[in-house]
Design a binder for this molecule. Structure first.
Ligand code: HEM
Ligand SMILES: *[C@@H]1O[C@H](CO)[C@@H](O)[C@H](O)[C@H]1NC(C)=O
Ligand SMILES: *[C@@H]1O[C@H](CO)[C@@H](O)[C@H](O)[C@H]1NC(C)=O
Ligand SMILES: *[C@@H]1O[C@H](CO)[C@@H](O)[C@H](O)[C@H]1NC(C)=O
Ligand SMILES: *[C@@H]1O[C@H](CO)[C@@H](O)[C@H](O)[C@H]1NC(C)=O
Ligand SMILES: *[C@@H]1O[C@H](CO)[C@@H](O)[C@H](O)[C@H]1NC(C)=O
Ligand SMILES: *[C@@H]1O[C@H](CO)[C@@H](O)[C@H](O)[C@H]1NC(C)=O
Ligand SMILES: *[C@@H]1O[C@H](CO)[C@@H](O)[C@H](O)[C@H]1NC(C)=O
Length: 331
């Protein structure tokens, strides 16, 4: 009797757990807005195209927002929430403060979408769509963006401090942070290829130029002519807010040159060069493949963007569709 009740309980729990596991898996779909906002993707694209006219860096800034969103509580637009009584904004977290940009363009996209299809497209999906549009507009691959994410009611500033990789970290730490969100070494190398465009501030790599790890010398893995160039952009007593191109060869084009740079010891961030210069690392052969075969890079990049976009989305009736990406509805 007891055991048959226990058995039924066990079977019921097993069914429930299976259902839960199924629901917590990404339930995103490429056609999510096909009837409710068929033009969503082209609206996003046209606002970005406009913004690129006056800011060639904006696409890079936008894809980075999607990355910093997805690594903290999943792809739920938590990064877009401003400080309020209940919200400690992720914008003030160490990896984001004085660094993330593009929030005004996200707001312009939201306004355009609300004009066409009010209350339909989430801010989390805007970031995913903006990432794809930015890459394809600057010469990179296109892919079919999976949609249907909903927006969070909370932010996680502590999570942003601890979960987003730092440029000063070793490859094993960074690999752990990717693995913590279900991304593997191939994803790490492919997605790092986003550093084929955009800029980085001197304060995030100048330790490599003058006194690396307290040695009194530059990072030994840094190409010497590249070192000279970087020292001009980042004088020892200059502003840490000066910026250098992440890809010195083709700064505003999405291509595979990032990987060729690594082979030439021209990775800008320590975390970039480590992918190629860490002895025995499994990332080296992937860098070599992507450097020699842009098609292979583009295919992997598109797949890895989909993988990243699948990190713990809110779906169904969880969360909400924010009407203003900066705040929770009704607050
Ligand atoms: C692997 C670990 C990563 C580290 C340690 C890292 C670190 C950084 C740092 C320090 C900057 C410069 C920020 C500044 O100067 O304000 C930067 C910029 C950038 N990152 Fe990453 N990143 C990583 C992965 C990624 C990924 C996965 C993506 C996207 C898929 C990405 C896209 C970008 C872009 C496009 C920029 C330039 C942004 C701009 O110009 O506004 N990064 N990253
Ligand atoms: C979709 O949006 C684009 C860009 O805003 C516009 O050019 C196009 O006419 C729109 N198409 C429809 C069917 O609304
Ligand atoms: C951000 O930049 C401002 C102005 O340049 C500076 O005063 C402030 O200390 C910076 N904050 C951080 C955390 O770097
Ligand atoms: C996150 O880091 C920033 C900058 O270092 C710090 O000011 C803030 O207090 C941290 N937030 C949390 C919740 O740990
Ligand atoms: C790497 O991870 C270890 C263990 O979590 C930690 O103690 C260390 O501070 C991390 N290194 C950096 C540079 O963040
Ligand atoms: C380099 O940094 C170390 C540790 O911070 C310091 O002791 C040393 O004086 C610095 N060397 C130079 C040449 O600045
Ligand atoms: C330094 O970069 C140049 C390209 O600018 C390249 O020809 C050279 O081989 C690189 N040197 C090393 C040691 O990687
Ligand atoms: C480049 O990569 C693609 C995609 O993985 C592959 O089909 C193709 O055979 C590769 N080309 C060469 C020359 O290796």
């Amino acid at each position: 009797m007891y055991s048959s009740i226990a058995n039924s309980c066990f079977i019921l729990s097993a069914i429930l757990l299976t259902l839960l596991a199924y629901q917590s898996k990404a339930q995103l779909s490429a056609t999510f807005y096909a009837t409710t906002c068929p033009n969503a993707s082209s609206i996003v694209r046209s606002v970005i195209q406009q913004a690129l006219q006056s800011d060639v860096r904006i696409g890079a800034s936008l894809i980075r927002l999607h990355f910093h969103d997805c690594f903290v509580n999943g792809c739920d637009a938590s990064i877009l929430l401003d400080n309020s009584a209940n919200i400690q904004s992720e914008k003030d977290a160490a990896p984001n403060t004085n660094s993330t940009r593009g929030f005004n363009v996200v707001d312009n996209i939201k306004t355009a979408l609300e004009n066409s299809c009010p209350g339909i497209v989430s801010c989390a999906d805007i970031l995913a769509l903006a990432a794809e549009a930015s890459v394809s507009l600057q010469g990179g691959p296109s892919w079919s963006v999976l949609l249907g994410r909903r927006d969070s009611l909370t932010a996680n500033q502590a999570g942003a401090n601890s979960s987003i990789p730092s440029p000063f970290e070793g490859l094993s730490n960074i690999t752990s942070k990717f693995s913590a969100v279900g991304l593997n070494t191939n994803d790490l190398v492919a997605l790092s290829g986003a550093h084929t465009f955009g800029r980085a501030q001197c304060r995030l790599f100048s330790n490599r130029l003058y006194n690396f790890s307290g040695t009194g010398n530059p990072d030994p893995t840094l190409n010497s002519s590249y070192l000279t160039t970087l020292r001009q952009i980042c004088p020892q007593s200059g502003s840490g807010f000066n910026v250098a191109n992440l890809d010195p060869t083709t700064p505003d084009t999405f291509d595979s040159n990032y990987f060729t740079n690594l082979q030439n010891n021209q990775g800008l961030l320590q975390s970039d060069q480590e992918l190629f210069s860490t002895a025995g690392a499994p990332t080296i052969s992937i860098v070599n493949t992507f450097s020699g075969n842009q098609t292979a890079f583009f295919q992997s990049f598109a797949q890895s963007m989909i993988n990243m976009g699948n990190i713990s989305p809110l779906t169904g009736s969880s969360g909400e569709i924010r009407s203003d990406c900066k705040k929770v509805n009704g607050s």
